[in-house]
Design a binder for this molecule. Sequence first.
Ligand code: URA
Length: 261
Amino acid sequence: MDDTKGKNRGQPTPSRRAVRQKLESLVDAGVLDLPRRSGVASVVAAQTTRPEKSVGMVPANQRPAGPLPAVDPAEKLRLLEPLRAEVAGCRRCEELACARTQTVFGTGSPGARICFLGEAPGADEDASGIPFVGRAGQLLTKIIEACRLRREDVYILNVLKCRPPGNRPPTADEVANCRGFFERQLEIIGPEFICCLGTTAAQALLRSEEPIGRLRGRWFEHGDSQVICTYHPSYLLRNPAAKRHVWDDMKILMARMGVEL
Ligand code: URA
């Protein structure tokens, strides 16, 4: 692969191994097409050289023109801490509170432009206290990276903060009990974009009863945030053919975020 011409001049050429690993990760994430202009080598180079630590996740030269939103991540972090403590002490859902190892609040940058909203912690998340760290989480990370974003620059949270026993779907009462928590988290972070992962997140945030198949790939609003919904990574583990739809949704999202593929 010739990285010495055009756009990638000056960037180190990634090793064949790095390119292969990146390709495998992109395929796992459901990426079916890469822009001819950039190719895998430049995607790898862009993701391994990272000259800039941005408040959002789009390098300055890829942001749409216009003023940056006023963000003070340190202040947002300060506001999130009492909420985290409140969540940790919550016993509104007695069954969940008795069964949990710990609550799972959220992870990532409080200054993120985008939040990914999932359903509820599973066993791995209950054990670690961090959302999306199990198999579904690893797939989510690949999807985020396929979008040329970094996991640490987005914010990841769930509707429920406790693991439902046996990973059963949350009940309506449990969602209602946790609504104040995820709504306040989102209000403090104030992301430009929210991506709902799966039925529970989409229906809870949008207060909708429509199935995810009808909600995905369309734009909605929640406060000042623009919302897009897609299939949950756990669903993709069971139905890999649906990854192509998620990739379609991510392309819609990236286009509006001004992230260049
Ligand atoms: N599924 C979710 O919805 N959230 C997690 O944190 C893990 C799996």
